[in-house]
Design a protein around this ligand. Sequence first.
Ligand code: RIB
Length: 300
Amino acid sequence: MKILVFGSLNIDHVYQVDHFVRPGETMASLDLRLFCGGKGLNQSIAFAKSGHKTYHAGAVGAGDSDMLIEMLKKAGVCTEFIRKKEGPSGHAIIQTTPEGENSILLYGGANRRLTREDVDFVLGHFSQGDVLVLQNEINEIPYIMEKAKAAGMRIVLNPSPADESILGLPLGDADYMILNEVEGEVISGVSRSDEEGILSALMGRFPDTRVVLTLGRKGSAYGYQDKVCRQPIYEVKTVDTTGAGDTFTGYFMSSILRGRSVEEALKTASMAAALAVSRSGASSSIPTWSEVEDFENQGG
Ligand code: RIB
């Protein structure tokens, strides 16, 4: 069984701010730091740091991507399926507040210049039973899902960020859908404040899909057929929430693929996400499996 994360790679420009810049406001930031990010790259690193051999597929700019490739290699991710394209890599402008909240503005760059030939080449190396992990920051996602499904791959979909394009995806083909309440609202049409309603709407509409709903400070919930279970968060001092959802996704699936129960997987993912929010940056904040075990042994 091979794990393929087909997703974005971004250079994150992280600005420390007192508050998010308002319409019409010009504001000085307190600090700027560059990190490797992108939901795809972060999730690849989460899988690799949790001990799985992981392949990353996607696209970067030919001239500005060394740091992205190096970061993946350093984490042990296989990078041979990353294409280099003309023009810039994707990037994100991220504001973070002293409370650890963030707002993210994306520029897709090379992430959105994948071709069907790129997709065919990559998927030609994977087959029945392999696991495909997708987010919503690259182009050609419907085609990737269609080809992966035809090849018998298992599909893990994190439909993030949520926009109208999500509704055009063959969502019911996902074996696992891992999403937050904002994405849940877009897909289910149920208000983000009604978490129970979102979960039951998604379970009803996608009966073959295991749904994992992340709810920020309210923890997470899992639903599939007649089974529903919940997991609270682990309280830590919040430094930066960027990448916490990606850490959760990687660690939840990693635990499931190790044969752990859903309850154990939710718990491990919550501990990993807690460690991630206690550190700055996206990919740089993702813990290793042994750090998560240490956290558990210290009582969480
Ligand atoms: O989920 C966090 C990520 O979202 C950041 O690393 C940023 O690049 C955006 O993709």
